[in-house]
Design a protein around this ligand. Structure first.
Ligand code: ZN
Length: 505
C-alpha cells in the first residue's frame, strides 16, 4: 500500500449533537460517550461549549481530565471571556485544542454581528492570537463559510493562519452547499490562500438537504484533511454529517478517495447503540451503516445471490462495523461475566460497582422474563447511568381506569428515605400519575412528546416510554422501562423530574 493521506476524524457528538433539541446528556452520560469515542479512536473530541453554562464547562473539563488518546476541544466565540473559559476547561487535557469561530457571510455580518468586513477579520485574528497564548493547537471556523464571498473567505482564512490557527474549518452551517460546489470551494482555498499549507483544512457540513456526508467526501477529495461529524448524524435541525457513513465511505472506497482514517470500525455499532440509548433518539431502520435494515436481505432474488456469494449484494461486512453475528440472549443462568461482556459489546464502560448493581437488576428481570435481550440490558444500564441525578425514587404507582371510571392514580415516592403518597385524577391513568408526581415533587413539566414501544418481542416484553418535556425553556428527553406500561410512564416522568430538580438536563 502506498502512503495514503490520513484524514482526521473530529467528533462533535458532545457539542453540536448534544446542543440539538432533545439530545441533552447529563455529565455521567457525556463521560460514557467520551470513553466510547476514545475506544472508537477518533482523533479529536469536541467536548462542549465551555462558556454556555456551568454544566457545559464541567463536562468539558471532566472529559479533558479523563481522555488520554484524543485531542480534547472546546468551542468558543471570538470573544475574550469565551476563550479564557475554553482554555480553563481544556487545560487538564493531554492534547488540548481551542476552537474559535466568527461568522463571515454577508447575511451574518449584516444581521447578526452588525460589523464590517475589516472588523470581522480583526475579531478573528485577535481571537486566534489570544487562544494561542493558552494552547498550541487552535482551530478557527468562519461560520457560514459556504455562503461567504470566496475572496473574503480566502482573506479571513489567510489572516487567521498568519495569526497562528493550525486548523481552518470550513462549515456549511446551514446545509446549503452541493457536493461539486463544496469540493470546488475547498480547491479554491487550496489555490488562493498562499499560506494554506501551514494549516489543516477541515469541513463541518449540516444535513438540511441530506448532503452532509456527500459534501464532506467531496471536500476530502479536494484536499480537506479533517472532517467534523457526529455519531448517528445527530445535530442541529436535520443534523450533522454522520461519522459512521463518512468512515465507511472512506474505508469502502479507498480505491477512489485514496485516503485513510484511524477509526476502529468494529466499535462503530456499539457506539451508535450507546449514543442512541443515552439520547433517547432512535436510529431510523433504513439508516445507512447502522440502521436495523442496513444488512437485511429480504427479497428472494437477493437472498439467492447472497447465498452464492455475499459480495453480490454486500459492499461492507456487518462484522467490520461490530454488528454481532447473532442476537445473543441471556437468561437467569447467565453469570456476571457474561453480562459484563454483553455490556461492553453494547458500547458501555461501567465500573465494578455499576456492574454489580446492573447484575442485581438483571437477575430480578431474568426471573420475570425467560429471555433477556440486548434492549433489556440497555434499559438496565440506562437506569444505572441516570441514577446519578436521582433525587426522588418511585416506590409504588397504582391506577384505576376504564371506560366508565374517572382515571385516578395513587403514587408513592421517596426522597432521602422519606416516603410521600398523593393521589390525583387525570384524562387517563398516565396523565393522573403525572399529576400525582407533580403534586408530590412540586416540579411541573410540560409534556411535548410521549412514545411507547415494546423493546423486545413476546408477551413478557418490557415497555419503554420515552418522553420529551419542557422545563424553564429547555427541552429534554427521559426514559422509563417496565413490564407494566403505566409504571414505565411514571418512571420516565420521574426521571425527567429528577433531571429538572438536579439541573442536569
Ligand atoms: Zn454545526
Amino acid at each position: 500500500m502506498t502512503d495514503m493521506r490520513k484524514v482526521l476524524i473530529f467528533d462533535t457528538t458532545l457539542r453540536d449533537g448534544e446542543q440539538s433539541p432533545g439530545c441533552s446528556m447529563n455529565l455521567a452520560e457525556k463521560l460514557e460517550v467520551a470513553r466510547a469515542l476514545q475506544a472508537l479512536k477518533v482523533d479529536v473530541i469536541e467536548a462542549g461549549f465551555a462558556i454556555a453554562s456551568p454544566g457545559d464547562f464541567e463536562a468539558v473539563r471532566a472529559v479533558a481530565e479523563m481522555i488520554t488518546d484524543c485531542t480534547v476541544c472546546s468551542l468558543a466565540r471570538s470573544m475574550e471571556k469565551d476563550i479564557v473559559r475554553a482554555a480553563e476547561a481544556v487545560k487538564p487535557a493531554r492534547r488540548p485544542r481551542i476552537h474559535v469561530f466568527c461568522a463571515t457571510s454577508e447575511i451574518h455580518r449584516l444581521h447578526k454581528l452588525k460589523r464590517a468586513k475589516e472588523e470581522i477579520v480583526k475579531m478573528s485574528v485577535d481571537a486566534v492570537k489570544l487562544a494561542r497564548t493558552f494552547v498550541g493547537d487552535v482551530e478557527f471556523s468562519p461560520e457560514d463559510a459556504s455562503r461567504t464571498e470566496r475572496d473574503f473567505l480566502a482573506e479571513v482564512v489567510s489572516a487567521v493562519i498568519e495569526a497562528g490557527a493550525t486548523t481552518v474549518n470550513i462549515p456549511d452551517t446551514v446545509g446549503y452547499a452541493m457536493p461539486a460546489e463544496f469540493g470546488d470551494l475547498i480547491r479554491y482555498l487550496v489555490a488562493n490562500v498562499p499560506n494554506i499549507s501551514r494549516a489543516i483544512i477541515s469541513v463541518h457540513c449540516h444535513n438540511d438537504l441530506g448532503l452532509a456526508v456527500a459534501n464532506s467526501l467531496a471536500a476530502i477529495r479536494a484536499g480537506a484533511g479533517q472532517v467534523e461529524c457526529t455519531v448517528n448524524g445527530i445535530g442541529e435541525r436535520a443534523g450533522n454529517a454522520s461519522l459512521e457513513e463518512i468512515v465507511m465511505g472512506i474505508n469502502t472506497r479507498r480505491d477512489f478517495l485514496n485516503v485513510s482514517c484511524g477509526v476502529s470500525t468494529q466499535r462503530i455499532y456499539p457506539t451508535s447503540r450507546l449514543v442512541s440509548s443515552v439520547t433517547g433518539l432512535a436510529v431510523q431502520r433504513n439508516k445507512a451503516v447502522v440502521g436495523e435494515n442496513a444488512f437485511a436481505h429480504e427479497a428472494g432474488i437477493h437472498q439467492h445471490g447472497m447465498m452464492a456469494n455475499r459480495e453480490t449484494y454486500e459492499i461492507m461486512k456487518p462484522e467490520d462495523i461490530g454488528i454481532p453475528s447473532s442476537k445473543l440472549v441471556l437468561g437467569k443462568h447467565s453469570g456476571r461475566h457474561a453480562l459484563k461482556q454483553r455490556i461492553e459489546a453494547l458500547g458501555h464502560t461501567l465500573d465494578d460497582g455499576q456492574i454489580d448493581r446492573a447484575f442485581d437488576k438483571f437477575k430480578v428481570l431474568a426471573d420475570k422474563k425467560k429471555e433477556v435481550f440486548d434492549e433489556d440490558i440497555e434499559a438496565i444500564i440506562g437506569e444505572e447511568i441516570e441514577q446519578v441525578a436521582q433525587v426522588w425514587t418511585l416506590q409504588a404507582v397504582q391506577t384505576v381506569a376504564g371506560s366508565t371510571a374517572t382515571p385516578t392514580a395513587t403514587v408513592t415516592l421517596s426522597r432521602e428515605g422519606q416516603s410521600t403518597t398523593d393521589a390525583a385524577i387525570g384524562d387517563g391513568p398516565v396523565d393522573a400519575a403525572y399529576e400525582a408526581i407533580s403534586r408530590i415533587t412540586g416540579v411541573k413539566l410540560t409534556l411535548r412528546d410521549y412514545s411507547l414501544r415494546a423493546i423486545t418481542s413476546g408477551k413478557d416484553a418490557q415497555g419503554e416510554v420515552t418522553i420529551e418535556v419542557e422545563h424553564e425553556g429547555r427541552r429534554f428527553r427521559a426514559r422509563g422501562v417496565s413490564t407494566d406500561i403505566v409504571e414505565a410512564s411514571a418512571r420516565a416522568y420521574l426521571a425527567a423530574v429528577n433531571r429538572a430538580a438536579a439541573g442536569t438536563w
